[in-house]
Structures are given as structure tokens and as C-alpha cells.
Design a protein around this ligand. Sequence first.
Ligand code: GLN
Length: 298
Amino acid sequence: MKQRTFTLRQIIEEGTELLKAAGIEEAAQDAWYLLEYAAGISRAVYYGDPDRIMDVRQAKQFLEYIETRGKRIPLQHITGEQEFMGYPFYVNEHVLIPRQDTETLVEEALKVMRAGGRRIKVLDMCTGSGCILLSILKMYPPAEGTGCDVSREALCVAKKNARRLGVDAGWVLSDLFDQWDAPAGYEEAEQVLDERYGMIISNPPYIRTAEIQKLQEEVRVHDPRIALDGGEDGLYFYRRIIEGSILHIEDGGYLLFEIGYDQGEDVAELMQSHGYGDIMIKKDLPGLDRVVMGRYNM
Ligand code: GLN
């Protein structure tokens, strides 16, 4: 059977229409991304010659990606990548796709570190793809970092990102601060949380269980549920991390959390009642509460 040929203009229109029909919100934008991913054709190349006939194999590949995206598979699971703090992070279905909101958390951490100007040991609890820890280590080289996660698959992703970005970090497999004995032969087995850190940072799961069903399909179905579900009141992980942090944080050390827009007061109170002071709530770019931070024994 003869393959249908497309000009670039036709294929981008076709891709956009198919995504629209599948109910994808940013249909045109996603079609552009996938054209670049499938065929290396950027907008600049496109506008150079939109009536160029597209290579048949590349067109087929592009339409396959469009079909996958039409099933609400996130774009980042197709391309295997999401940019965060200007760095490319490898992602898959085992980690939360890095969100732009979380850059606020990294920026607040960097402010604290740069003001201190010293070597500091950082623990990233619930590290996932490693995006928080690794961008901090990239941007503040005197820092030394450990990423902790309950998911081995997530740690594999984080380690891959560390290699790709050329960053040295430690990795710990643990259920928050309650580390179990990892099975023999498991690489992470030697790494334990037995020290104090100058900073503990975390973007834990914080969505209330009942809210999850209201999220869009890409998040609800394709982001790992264990990276989202914060229990009935959304605060389960804040409680456990704050309690556990006491044994692992230096006096004067910083604890920083990403939070949901309506969780600032609750998390601040929890921190206060566990010995944290200098507590501040910071907003993200759209102006919503996004970060709570404080210092231990200050
Ligand atoms: N901010 C994420 C979302 O809205 C949730 C991330 C989290 O629970 N830590 O999907």
C-alpha cells in the first residue's frame, strides 16, 4: 500500500487535530514538541520551508507519538525528559515529572546556601528523579548531597540523572527516616542515614487522597500514585518527616518543604511544635503559598 506523504505544514496540522480530538489541552504545543522529538524539526526549521515533504518514516514515527499522547500518556513519558532549573532530567513512569512550581523550593534553598557561603550537607527526602538535589548540587558546588527514596526504581532514575549531569551524590533506599535492611547485594545497602544534615529538603506527596480523583488523567494515572498521595488530610508525610528530622538535623539546620497552596499554616505549626523557629512561608510565581522553611533550635 502506498504511504501517504505529508508536507511539514500538513503533518503539524494533522498532529494538532488528532490531539485536539483526543481532548489534549495544549494540542498545538504538544504537536510541535513531538515533531521536534520525532524528526528534529524545530519551529525555526519548519518556517524555513513549511511545504517541504516530510520523510515518510519520520512522519510515521511522529504519528505514532501523537497516538500515544492522545491516550493521555504525558509528553515527558514519550520524550523521556523534562527540563528543571535549566537542566534536562530523564524521567519515566516511576517518578513524578518535575514541576515548574518546585523551582521555588530550589531557589529558596539556594538563597540560604549562598548567604551561608559554606560547605553544607543536604538531604533530599523523597528525591524521585533527583531534580531538587541535583540542581542544588549543580548550582551550589560547595554542597554535598544525599537523595533518599522509598522506591528503588526512582533511585535508579535519580542515579542516571546524576551520571548524565556529572554530579556526585549519595543515594539511600529508605521509608523516610525508617531505613530497613536492604536485601544483600543491593547497591544502596551500604548507604545509611546515620548523620546530621545542615539542610533537609523535601517535596513529599501532599495531595489529599480524596482530591486525587479530580486531577487530570496524565497526573492521576501516569504520575506514580505514591508520589502524590499525602493521606486523608494531605499532611501524613509532613508529620513523619518533621518528627524524623529531629534526629538528623544539625542545630541551626534548615528544613524546607514544598507544600500545597493551602497547607502553609498547618505545616508551619507542625514545625514549630517540633522545635523549629524562624519559620517562613514563601510564594511561587503565580503568588500561591508554595514553600515552608525553618531552622532547628533557633
Ligand atoms: N504539585 C504536584 C501536583 O500538583 C504534587 C506533587 C506532590 O504531591 N508533591 O501534581
